[in-house]
Design a protein around this ligand. Structure first.
Ligand code: GLY
Length: 378
């Protein structure tokens, strides 16, 4: 993507990458064996002790493998291997796992396998893919979200987990996994994507036949609103399905969400609000949505003709530069880099706005994409 950037932007990109890698290197030593999620008073707790099956536990592995691939520094590889081993307990305990096993093991085991050919990592990835495939609802043609009494629930986030199914089919030359991914992506397109390119977070379906029953608000402001991270999951999720299948409907869907996303961020200086349809006050941002969407926009740019690329690259770069200027914390004594993330519109438990590990993951993936040095995690 470097050929699309001016000299001034290339300098910004190199400087920002160096600042990120420098701070992450210091953090990596400080973090040790901990699994980071959200810093508390400037320091990560060990989320592995709090909840080993938590859906975000793999993202730090993604950061480490991306930095290992970009710099070749062994300390990133060693830390990523330790994290992957710790997560075995989540597979052993099994019960608390749900649709996010893709996020958890694509960034750890599958990334490791892709870079090193590690056989144990391959088995972990295949194990996670099998767990995800086992959640498929045949009558409704969707992968169920979460556990407990939610048999008919599907959510837009799950599009991002389909990667592990595509990977499993590609590795085994067995279409079963990929077929499930395609059927789920098509159901998400029918039930969750709206005509204007926005999407619902959650769809509650009749688990016996797949009829749509309800579209609750989920992590956004309310029913019918537009939770920006959900829009980012849709944008990136559909283009990932296109990257694996070459089916035009996924590219069209990704572009539709992208155009909606771009129109909205253009109204707030390219700083993504937490919900594009929330009241004007209070102002809540969600940097994680912007970082994830930037990666999706850069992926779309790879699949469109030359004369269409500008819109996607330019929007991604504007958003990244805007967030770097306004949200990044380069203080080495405090954990977390990309600030102003938000877990959910109405969730103030972790603090109203804060760095979240997956924000840092998507931010470094986006920078490395622009530098042509990113590892394909998806
Ligand atoms: N996948 C859950 C979230 O985006 O918060």
């Amino acid at each position: 993507m470097k050929e699309y950037l001016s000299a001034e932007r290339l300098k910004w990109l190199q400087d920002t990458f160096e600042k990120f890698e420098h701070k992450m290197n210091i953090q990596c030593q400080r973090i040790g064996e901990k699994i980071p999620y959200i810093p508390k008073n400037g320091r990560y707790e060990d989320w592995g002790n709090i909840d080993i099956a938590w859906w975000t536990n793999g993202f730090y592995g993604g950061i480490l493998w991306q930095l290992y691939q970009a710099t070749g520094k062994e300390e990133y590889k060693t830390a990523a291997e330790r994290l992957e081993e710790r997560m075995d307990r989540a597979i052993d305990e099994f019960d608390a796992l749900y649709h996010d096993v893709g996020f958890m093991w694509m960034h750890t085991a599958v990334a490791n396998y892709r870079l090193t050919g590690n056989k144990r990592s391959y088995s972990r990835g295949m194990h996670a893919a099998t767990i995800l495939a086992g959640r498929y609802n045949v009558a409704g043609q969707f992968i169920r979200a979460w556990n407990d009494d939610k048999a008919g629930w599907m959510i837009i986030d799950c599009l991002m987990n389909l990667s592990i199914l595509y990977w499993a089919s590609e590795e085994t030359n067995d279409p079963r996994f990929k077929d499930i991914a395609i059927l789920h992506a098509d159901t998400a397109m029918q039930k969750l994507l709206r005509a204007d390119g926005s999407c619902n977070h959650i769809g509650i379906l009749d688990p016996t036949n797949g009829d749509l029953l309800e579209l609750p608000g989920g992590q956004g402001y309310c029913e019918g609103s537009s939770w920006s991270r959900g829009q980012a999951w849709a944008l990136y999720g559909f283009i990932i399905s296109y990257a694996h299948n070459n089916e035009a409907r996924y590219l069209d869907a990704a572009k539709r969400v992208a155009h909606y996303f771009i129109s909205n961020i253009a109204l707030s200086d390219y700083l993504p609000l937490c919900d594009f349809r929330a009241p004007q006050e209070p102002v809540y941002y969600d940097s994680t949505a912007g970082a994830c969407a930037a990666c999706g926009l850069l992926e779309i740019a790879k699949h469109v003709p030359e004369h269409e690329k500008h819109l996607y690259v330019e929007s991604a770069v504007r958003m990244l530069q805007s967030m770097e200027k306004s949200f990044c914390n380069w203080n080495e004594d405090e954990d977390g880099i990309l600030g102003m993330g938000k877990v959910a519109y109405h969730d103030n438990y972790h603090g109203v706005q804060q760095p979240i590990i997956y924000g840092d993951y998507f931010f470094i993936e986006a920078l490395l994409r622009l530098m042509d040095k990113s590892l394909w995690i998806w």
